[in-house]
Design a protein around this ligand. Structure first.
Ligand SMILES: Nc1ncnc2c1ncn2[C@@H]1O[C@H](COP(=O)(O)OP(=O)(O)OP(=O)(O)O)[C@@H](O)[C@H]1O
Length: 597
């Protein structure tokens, strides 16, 4: 793939260099320029729509930010065209942040409304605030970049925008192939799971908005400079729709989608220019067609035709890494790792966690048991930060966790699995584990964007470690398969692998044996023992009493939200209140059981 990619880029560069030899008139060059501009806008929007899963219907507003920044910087402030381009990107980033702030708090139709609102506000401002933006009359005399005093010809503009496209493509490719691209996808696929591995959902959505805003603003600035004129007629709701159609029809979530989309739709746009009414109808029709019949767009359809050979797991890849389970730390001394005091959570009249307090000792396997509906999952959700408590305290290694967001709890060293699996189903098993290791892949945003050696090294090491862990858990051969295609038992194990990859101090397992057959349940017990040996403290919710009694050293029993007993497994087995809770017996029965014991 690297070779094919390099060759494709070389071919593109050669084609650009050969343009003067072709019989192209200004109209043709303008179309090539427009393809490049549309690609710039769509490439960033693809990060937002295709990777982070945030549909925006207001990116014409960000195009306007870039165009008017370049225009006003040149006409009013006398700033050089090159500096104006940078300024346009900077303003784009700021406005990306502005639109992200309300957008990351909503989703679905509300998100669409927020982004449409942004687009309309910008359209209104540039139309009505004529003192600054000159409305329909527009800003004239926007200066364009020149090299050695020579102004750009139409051919130069194609070369210039072509170079910008190649640089943008290389940067986004480098960014999206590593931890940032994975994190964006994780946010799109399963927010709670993303949070459970330390990914801040709002931070990554904001980042995607900013990236998309910068390339869209750059596109706007380039158009304003090439035209040397810009007015409010450019900024319409249709332009926002057009950018979105380019991304979705081209193939959102594919690095090549925006390129295909901008080539096809720019040509279609030019062809349909004679029938403006048809233009808008066509975009709507194409959007619906892509959404319903070609969800992966042109890139997806073509990708299916040219699918390469599946990757094959090779033991040597795993040998280069270190499995988390291979760690041999000093054995946990049983000192308090997590101290819960007076923790309370109610949903109206239902009180799944009722003033609960207990201590989790380091290095042990703790089990949380109780009848169905006792409040076990709610308690686990409180510990992992997925649900905020009404009151009470959760102190982890001396730090207060109550009220902290889930990604922050995860980053402090508490990992978890989910009762109903929350894998990133379309991603490979390897990518799932790499997401688990997200906060340990030390690649800064600029290093990832520029593909610096430090970022590549960090990615390679994380990959080797992830493969070593997968091999350790018997999942090596399935490393390159999509998580959703694994048998159920292996999916459960993969979720444990993902949680382990975050190198937790405390691992919370929510019914890890649910749906497993006896053989798989037995193997799970061995895995949990190995996790304990590797120095990780475990708290598991489980209904399989054989498993619980076989591997845990400390059992907590919850009933109707209250902690009714805790202690060693043998003592719990004989505890009359526990027997009563499980048998559904009344107080008398409990008393009887107590006297018998
Ligand atoms: N978000 C919520 N809103 C309202 N009620 C809730 C919510 N979450 C949990 N509950 C209620 O709290 C109670 C405890 O649920 P929880 O899932 O924590 O129990 P559990 O012990 O894990 O049960 P199980 O063993 O069946 O998984 C149930 O009655 C449940 O309906």
């Amino acid at each position: 793939m690297g070779l094919v990619h390099g060759l494709s880029l070389a071919l593109l560069a050669a084609a650009l260099a050969l343009l003067p030899a072709l019989p192209l008139n200004d109209f043709h060059l303008q179309i090539l320029f427009t393809i490049g501009v549309n690609y710039l806008a769509a490439a960033g929007l693809n990060v937002l729509v295709g990777y982070a899963g945030q549909k925006s219907l207001g990116h014409a507003g960000l195009f306007a930010v870039g165009a008017y920044t370049a225009a006003i910087a040149s006409v009013e402030w006398g700033i050089s065209p090159w500096a104006s381009l940078l300024l346009a990107c900077g303003f784009g980033a700021v406005f990306g942040l502005v639109i992200a702030l309300p957008s990351v708090r909503v989703s679905g139709p509300s998100l669409a409304m927020v982004t449409i609102g942004f687009g309309i506000v910008v359209e209104k401002i540039v139309t009505e605030w004529t003192d600054i933006f000159k409305g329909q009359a527009g800003l004239y005399g926007i200066s364009a970049p020149s090299i050695a005093g020579r102004s750009f010809t139409n051919l130069h503009w194609v070369w210039f925008v072509g170079a910008l496209c190649i640089v943008t493509h290389l940067m986004l490719r480098s960014l999206l192939r590593g931890r940032y691209g994975r994190a964006f996808l994780a946010v799109q696929m399963a927010e709670p799971a993303a949070q459970s591995v330390g990914i801040s959902v709002s931070r990554y959505k904001t980042l995607a908005f900013v990236v998309s805003a910068v390339t869209c603003a750059l596109a706007g600035a380039v158009v304003a400079q090439q035209n040397q004129y810009f007015n409010s007629d450019f900024i319409t709701f249709n332009l926002s729709i057009f950018f979105l159609v380019v991304v979705i029809f081209g193939g959102s979530g594919s690095i090549y989608g925006p390129l295909l989309g901008s080539v096809v739709l720019t040509l279609l746009d030019a062809w349909l220019a004679r029938w403006p009414a048809l233009q808008h109808f066509s975009y709507g029709a194409l959007l619906l067609f892509s959404l319903y019949l070609m969800p992966n767009g042109l890139a997806g359809a073509l990708g299916a035709l040219f699918r390469g050979r599946p990757k094959i797991f090779d033991r040597s890849q795993a040998d280069a890494g270190v499995s988390v389970l291979a760690a041999r730390p000093s054995a946990g001394d049983g000192s308090a790792l997590l101290v819960v005091a007076d923790l309370h959570k109610a949903y109206g009249g239902i009180v799944p966690v009722n003033h609960v307090g207990f201590t989790i000792g380091a290095g042990k396997v703790h089990a949380l048991i109780g009848p169905n509906g006792a409040g076990k999952t709610t308690l686990l959700n409180l510990l992992s930060g997925h649900v905020a408590p009404d009151s009470g305290s959760i102190r982890f290694q001396g730090q207060e966790l109550a009220g902290q967001p889930a990604h922050r709890v995860a980053s402090l060293g508490i990992a978890r699995t989910f009762q109903n699996l929350k894998l990133f189903g379309d991603l490979s098993a390897l990518d799932n584990v790499l997401l688990g290791a997200h906060r340990h892949v030390e690649a800064s945003f600029p290093a990832a964007l520029l593909g610096l050696p430090a970022s590549r090294r960090a990615e390679a090491q994380a990959r080797a470690d992830a493969l070593a862990l997968l091999a350790d858990l018997g999942l090596g051969e399935r490393a390159f398969e999509p998580a959703r295609s694994l048998p159920y038992g292996l999916q459960r194990r993969l979720e444990i692998a993902r949680a382990l990859a975050s190198r937790p101090k405390l691992l919370l397992l929510d019914e890890p044996a649910a749906g497993l057959n006896p053989q798989e349940t037995h193997e799970l017990g061995d895995v949990i023992k190995r996790i304990q040996t590797a120095g990780v403290t475990v708290l598991l919710i489980e209904h399989h009493m054989d498993l619980v009694m076989g591997i845990s050293q400390h059992v907590l029993v919850l009933d109707y939200g209250a902690l009714i007993a805790e202690g060693a497994p043998d003592a719990i087995r004989k505890n009359p209140r526990v027997i009563a809770a499980y048998l559904g017996a009344d107080e008398d029965a409990a008393t009887v059981a107590e006297s018998v014991a």
